[in-house]
Write a protein that binds this ligand. Structure first.
Ligand code: BGC
Length: 754
């Protein structure tokens, strides 16, 4: 019997109806139970509500909504307040547009710079991704619109996305690919979790019981709806039994019919239908009656102008000032500026695919620069977006136009055709015509500023050293043009930090040897050493490290103190000061570095961060907690998180490659007494606090006193240390008491259990 009151007494067929959509974007109403239809649409950086009815494939015509900065930019903000405000604004628009669940945020990890949907994801780091994702969900759901954190899990590429098996060891999943989902689920309770298209270790995410039930529900306590990615269900019955509640879009009831048949045939426990139907039914809490009489939504419209202004304000928090030689930026009033590059006139502000929002309006940087410059600002396109035309002529024209300027601002980047959902990139290079343009302009004009628009990371090689400043906008949403102008002229002070490393070469990226896999499998060979974790561990030079970003003011870090507050926790205090003459925002980045424990750790990992606003001359003490997880690794033997006893360096860094201050602390860690078996190694036996001494005593008693000197014994132990005890005992253990090993095995197990 169902545990949802509204479903009590309904026939199985009626309950099963709730398990899939009635069309592309909504669940079926169940009148008998008083349940309305629930509308779920994209997501994640704006509402994409399809016009008209939801049948068929007419999904390219959408109702206008605000296009906020996509996740790639929000990642660079390092500011949960930015994510939360965006979530809240999207929530308000959703309600106005009659949408109950907005399909975002995406918190997949950027495993490779080539990932085609990297623009929809926050970072290569799970902490940053999780904190921002949770904030987005909080903001959105506080406005009454459900969220859908996606794509669960290990959906880190577009190549073969609907078939590929991501082959990832459990430690890597737990430490890198799952924590952002875990944080969003445990801290923000999203209405839904969207399962990924791909397989995880050979099993479709949509029918992966370990993922959808053991990890998500049993370990993390998720109580909401697991919804399929659109078309991700392969075997509806298997998916339901694995924990997938809602299949989207609808398949005209075919899946539901199979479910009913399986129940009738005794192949599927009806309890699965009841549990999932009840969860889907509970989504109806997001449906509120219309108040404006239109029937379209619960609120009468949304404040499009207000949201555009918000999008501009927040976009300014997301851009990263990568380079600023000779104080080129901000541009002083009255500077003779020339703007070059088609992206200044035709902004690239979001990515292609399901997240593409029909923006209420789009602000071009050229117009915003002209408005702020207060005078004439000449412009030349310099290149075409589709690569057509005479590149040399366009370039020459731009150089001729810019030649009289004091500063040329060149807008380059990637066009819509170069990256989108559905395919991965094959290069991180900018189009050659744009690289040539930057170099030619830089050679002709006293100072050159490059402004970048792109979803995935682009290489800066071949031109970086020729230019004075680089302002990286990534994709800033519909008001990004205005935000860029604000930053160029110092109306806003850059405060973004890279959420993803900018490598020197694509091949340096730790996943490069195995991305995107072959013949249906992608083996995550770099393990936990993803992104900066791998790069800093290997000491590889990069163009700009994870966490890098400049400001128009300067900051100082002092008085780092780390206080151990328990066996596996600590508190970090540090004083940060604004030592320049402008208000600015600084990101305090705390990393932990250790070699404690039996597994290879990345050289350092981001474990806490906060963004602080400081007036000129102001300084403030910031305190951050390092919880157990900040020190833990996933132990596959224990099948759990373990904090190893030992020394940990707590580092405040300017970025993943630059330590500003460090304190070393010793943690007691977990009192981990391993259970021994005859497969445990001799070294593990000797290291065991109870069994080790007992064994030494027995061996010493069995050997003649002069059998070996202590030094010889040490060498012998090293030689046999890796032998499984079963073999050691067979070869050398004749002198040991007959039942000694069995007795010790039983004792260690009993000690552990007790
Ligand atoms: C995407 C999802 C999206 C869904 C609905 C899928 O192709 O992977 O992110 O929410 O379509 O548009």
């Amino acid at each position: 019997m169902t545990d949802h009151p509204d479903l009590q007494g309904l026939p199985l067929e009626t309950r099963a109806v709730l398990l899939s959509g009635q069309d592309f974007w909504s669940t079926p109403p169940v009148e008998e139970a008083g349940l309305p239809s629930v509308v779920l649409t994209d997501g994640p950086h704006g509402v994409r509500r399809q016009e008209g009815d939801f049948g068929g494939l007419g999904i390219t015509r959408n109702v206008p909504a605000t296009c906020f900065p996509p996740a790639v930019a929000v990642g660079n903000s390092w500011d949960p307040a930015v994510a939360e405000r965006i979530g809240a604004a999207i929530g308000r628009e959703a309600r106005a547009l009659g949408v109950h669940v907005v399909l975002g945020p995406g918190v997949n990890i950027k495993r490779s710079p080539l990932g085609g949907r990297n623009f929809e994801y926050y970072s290569e780091d799970p902490l940053l991704s999780g904190v921002l994702g949770a904030a987005h969900v909080r903001g959105q759901q506080a406005q009454g619109a459900g969220a859908s954190v996606k794509h669960f899990a290990a959906n880190n590429q577009e190549t073969e996305r609907m078939r590929v098996s991501a082959e990832v060891d459990e430690r890597t999943l737990r430490e890198v690919y799952l924590p952002a989902f875990e944080r969003v689920v445990t801290e923000a309770a999203p209405a839904t979790v969207m399962c990924a298209y791909n397989k995880v270790n050979g099993v479709y995410a949509s029918q992966n019981r370990w993922l959808l039930t053991e990890v998500l529900r049993e370990q993390w306590g998720f109580a909401g709806v697991v919804v399929s990615d659109w078309g991700a269900v392969d075997d509806r019955v298997a998916a339901l039994a694995a924990g997938l509640d809602l299949q989207m879009p609808g398949d005209s009831g075919a899946g539901n019919r199979r479910v009913v048949e399986a129940v009738r045939a005794g192949e599927l426990d009806e309890a699965f239908v009841d549990a999932s139907a009840a969860r889907v039914a509970a989504l109806a809490r997001y449906v509120r009656p219309a108040t404006d009489g239109s029937g379209a939504g619960s609120d009468a419209g949304f404040d499009a102008e207000g949201h555009h202004a918000l999008a501009r304000e927040l976009a300014a928090e997301c851009a990263v000032l990568l380079r600023n030689e000779r104080g080129t930026l901000p541009l002083a009033p009255g500077t003779r500026v020339a703007v070059v590059g088609e992206f200044a006139r035709t902004p690239r502000f979001q990515g292609g695919g399901s997240s593409n929002v029909h923006a209420t309006r789009v602000e071009a940087a050229l117009d915003a620069v002209r408005a702020l410059a207060g005078g004439d600002v000449p412009f030349a396109a310099g290149f075409t977006l589709d690569g057509s035309g005479d590149a040399a002529a366009l370039r020459d024209e731009a150089v001729a136009l810019a030649r009289d300027a004091e500063v040329a601002v060149v807008f380059v980047g990637l066009g819509d055709a170069e990256e989108s959902e559905g395919f991965d990139r094959t290069t991180i290079d900018l189009p050659t015509a744009q690289v040539d343009l930057v170099r030619a302009v830089a050679a002709a004009v006293p100072r050159t500023v490059v402004v970048l628009s792109h979803g995935g990371v682009v290489s800066l090689e071949g031109w970086h050293d020729d230019v004075d400043a680089v302002l990286d906008g990534a994709l800033l949403g519909q008001a990004g043009g205005g935000a860029l102008a604000d930053l160029l002229y110092g109306v806003a002070n850059p405060s973004g930090r890279l959420a993803e490393t900018v490598p020197l070469r694509l091949e340096d990226s730790p996943s490069s040897l195995s991305f995107p896999g072959e013949q249906g499998r992608v083996v995550y060979g770099e393990g936990v050493l993803v992104g900066y974790r791998g790069l800093v561990t290997q000491g590889r030079p990069v163009r700009y490290p994870f966490g890098h970003g400049l400001s128009y003011t300067t900051f100082a870090t002092a008085d780092l103190r780390v206080e151990v507050t328990g066996r596996d926790t600590a508190t970090v205090s540090v004083t940060v000061g604004n030592t320049g003459d402008r208000a600015g925002r600084h990101v305090v980045q705390v990393y932990v570095s250790t070699t404690a424990g039996p597994v290879r750790r990345p050289l350092r990992e981001l474990r806490a961060f906060t963004k602080v606003a400081l007036a000129p001359g102001e300084s403030r003490e910031v305190t951050l907690a390092l919880h157990r997880r900040a020190f833990a690794y996933w132990d596959v033997v224990e099948a759990g998180w373990v904090v190893a006893a030992g020394e940990y360096a707590v580092q405040v860094c300017a970025d993943a490659g630059t330590v500003l201050a460090e304190r070393r602390v010793t943690l007691a860690g977990d009192d981990l007494v391993r259970v021994l078996t005859l497969e445990s190694s001799v070294a593990e036996w000797f290291a065991h606090p109870a069994a080790g001494p007992a064994l030494v005593e027995a061996l010493t008693a069995a050997l003649p006193a002069d059998a070996a000197s202590p030094d010889e014994q040490a060498v012998m132990l090293q030689m046999v240390g890796s032998m499984p005890m079963r073999r050691f005992a067979a070869d050398f253990g004749a002198a040991l008491p007959a039942d000694l090993l069995d007795r010790l095995v039983a004792e260690t197990a009993a000690a552990r259990a007790g």
